[in-house]
Design a protein around this ligand. Structure first.
Ligand SMILES: Cc1cc2nc3c(=O)[nH]c(=O)nc-3n(C[C@H](O)[C@H](O)[C@H](O)COP(=O)(O)O)c2cc1C
Length: 203
């Protein structure tokens, strides 16, 4: 992959400048410094409706994501996903899971499945190899080792990555993220975010 690669960040945090935003900022700064093009989509500012479970998008054959009946920002977001070479998928851990904001986005990724009514299960439209790359970012009040082992957020982010045709190159799970109202990321976490991010654009 060349350094002109475009890296799309999809961030499911509710807060400006919380721990998730800070990890994302460190990663993006490293990527920009390495010559990558980056774009951040903060889902909290992005107009996406809930999936209707109508499955219209899943009836359409072909390798391209199906077209949703809803007329909202998801069409543009899927274009951004399709034209990016790598991703950062980020969400705090709330009630052991990605945020509702991230989950709402994730359910709309059903457009990446071919699932006609007479098929008992969905088939991924993203079968090509090599897969694109994704860095997964989450955080929790609990220590990071607990978050990694006991929460669903890491696994959910991985499912979202696979759905859009990407393979995880690493997970950055920041624990003890709720000790202060305006907590700052430690220098060690900043360094880790920077070094993991660069994996996205390595050959
Ligand atoms: C509604 C809610 C639910 C939460 N649930 C959990 C949880 O189940 N486990 C945990 O360790 N932390 C939990 N937390 C703490 C968040 O994970 C933590 O505040 C978050 O990672 C900080 O991300 P941010 O700074 O980007 O907002 C919860 C916080 C909120 C507000």
């Amino acid at each position: 992959m060349t350094h002109a690669a475009k890296v799309l960040v999809i961030n499911g945090s509710y807060r400006d400048d919380g721990i998730t935003d800070q990890v994302v900022a460190a990663a993006v700064e490293a990527l920009n410094g390495a010559g990558a093009e980056t774009e951040i989509v903060n889902l909290r500012d992005y107009p996406i409706e809930f999936c209707l479970n109508c499955r219209e998008c899943t009836q359409q054959p072909g390798a391209a994501p199906g077209t949703c009946v809803l007329d909202d920002g998801m069409h543009e977001l899927i274009d951004k996903i399709e034209t990016s070479q790598a991703y950062i998928l980020a969400s705090p851990t709330n009630f052991s899971s990605v945020t509702a904001l991230f989950k709402r986005f994730m359910e709309r990724l059903v457009a990446y499945a071919y699932w006609p009514w007479d098929n008992p299960y969905p088939k991924s439209r993203k079968t090509e190899t090599p897969r694109k790359k994704a860095l997964l970012i989450s955080s929790s009040a609990a220590p990071s080792w607990m978050g990694r082992w006991f929460y669903g957020s890491g696994r959910q982010l991985d499912i979202a990555a696979k759905t859009i045709g990407a393979k995880s190159v690493g997970t950055l799970f920041t624990g003890l993220a709720s000790a202060e109202k305006h907590q700052r990321l430690t220098p060690k976490s900043v360094a880790r975010a920077r070094s993991l991010a660069v994996r996205l654009i390595e050959a």
